[in-house]
Design a protein around this ligand. Sequence first.
Ligand SMILES: *Cc1c(COP(=O)(O)O)cnc(C)c1O
Length: 232
Amino acid sequence: MTQLEQRLRRNIAEVSGHIAAAAVRAGRSPGDVTLVAVTKSAPDAVIPLLAGCGLDNLGESRPQRLAERQRLAPDARWHLIGHLQRNKVRDALAAAELIHSVDSLRLLERISQVAGELGHTARLLLEVNISGEAAKHGFSPDELRAHWADCQRIPHVELAGLMTMAPLSDDPETARPPFRGLRELRDELRAATGLPLSELSMGMSGDYEIGVEEGATLVRVGSALFEGLETP
Ligand SMILES: *Cc1c(COP(=O)(O)O)cnc(C)c1O
């Protein structure tokens, strides 16, 4: 085994161990949490190794980059996690099994239209700006409540759940109120409509353990897996 692969395996074991421990703390099963490895900071040489290391859910922020990297790991389930422009929807649907970052009704309508043309159902998460930061993409909770009936009527899409990003912070506990808020919003929308909304995508390298404690089914982890892999 190369040194690169040893380091990678050590990082994966560490992150997976933290996820499992956080799940147990919250009375959840570790198997209910999927680690999405965000490859945007990973060296190219690492991508073909990931399947052998047990990582089969991979994420990228941009459709173009996702398509490039997909050639290096064609059998993985690819997740698009970054802001999607409406003119990139076709590329995104061709490549990604789940889009985490549907942040407006206009984008949702565009995805529906393209998915209809392609004859398939797009699996999506709606991104919610729980913390209310001006620079963040996503529906505000009130906007989502107001548009919820419209969202549900849109064809060719499966609304699988919700996604959020916590404010940048050195203190992981900063993420707890928005993550809890996302879960409560999901519970509220679920009760109102009966849609399962089973997926909650919340948690990155700095705060994925909090995400798991608060109910995440998907955590999006990049730098904790890939940073410094190539430094001697
Ligand atoms: C980059 C990115 C991540 C991963 O961030 P890390 O801090 O490197 O783990 C997760 N989610 C989104 C939306 C990202 O853009």
